[in-house]
Ligand binder design. Structure first.
Ligand code: GRF
Length: 221
């Protein structure tokens, strides 16, 4: 495909969302080139998925660095060497600082398993259950200094069902996250979205609310 969006994906774990992007690309549904997959965890299954797809990988273990800033500077250099149009944090379980954020501002997005602004941080499923929420979901947003707080691009909502526990809720959300990641990256691949002063611009219009993933797999206001 021509003009493919040069994409770098960061993972720490299973990499099922990375796999969704790989599969959508292979199926001809997503005009991206995943040039590199980076992990801070050497054993991450996501790295094996990338290797199987023939995608170059790198491991950058935060424990090998003197401090957070040294890790961030090395990560920024590594990402920059991939020359990405878009950086996707797909289950990257590491808070990143200004050294990474500044060069990729507006080009770095994160997947988070909650209906942001609800439940930033971890344990989102249990926190939603403890609050008695009737809905849970996942969000994609531009990455900023604020943890899980950057401008929202898209969300998918699922109902909480009687008897759900955190593991069950996570298992039901996972396939919807995969669809959300693909649909959201497609917005970038088709040059429909950008981060601007007022928040998120989609098709040239600023959206105060995130797009919602619908049953047809598309994002709608
Ligand atoms: C997803 O639930 C995502 O929302 C969260 O980490 C998980 C990553 O899953 N940030 P995977 O590694 O893509 O399978």
């Amino acid at each position: 495909m021509t003009g493919a969006l040069r994409t770098t994906v960061l993972v720490s774990g299973s990499g099922s969302n990375l796999q969704a992007l790989i599969d959508a690309h292979l199926a001809g549904r997503l005009n991206i080139h995943i040039g590199h997959v980076i992990s801070n965890v050497a054993e991450a299954r996501g790295l094996r998925r990338a290797e199987q797809a023939g995608i170059p990988t790198s491991v950058l273990k935060h424990g090998d660095f003197a401090d957070r800033d040294a890790f961030d500077r090395a990560l920024a250099l590594l990402i920059a060497s991939c020359k990405p149009d878009l950086v996707v944090l797909a289950g990257f379980m590491r808070i990143i600082g200004p050294a990474v954020l500044q060069p990729f501002r507006g080009r770095m997005i994160n997947l988070h398993p909650s209906l942001l602004p609800l439940y930033r941080g971890t344990d989102t499923y249990q926190r939603a259950l403890d609050a008695g929420d009737e809905r849970h979901g996942a969000s994609m947003h531009f990455v900023t200094e604020e943890l899980d707080g950057g401008p929202l691009i898209s969300q998918v909502v699922i109902p909480v069902i009687a008897g759900d526990d955190a593991a069950g809720l996570a298992a039901r959300l996972a396939p919807m996250e995969h669809r959300l990641v693909v649909a959201t990256v497609e917005l970038f691949a088709t040059h429909r979205v950008e981060c601007c002063d007022g928040g998120v611009s989609i098709d040239g219009r600023i959206h105060a609310m995130p797009l919602q993933l619908q049953a047809d797999g598309r994002l709608h206001p």
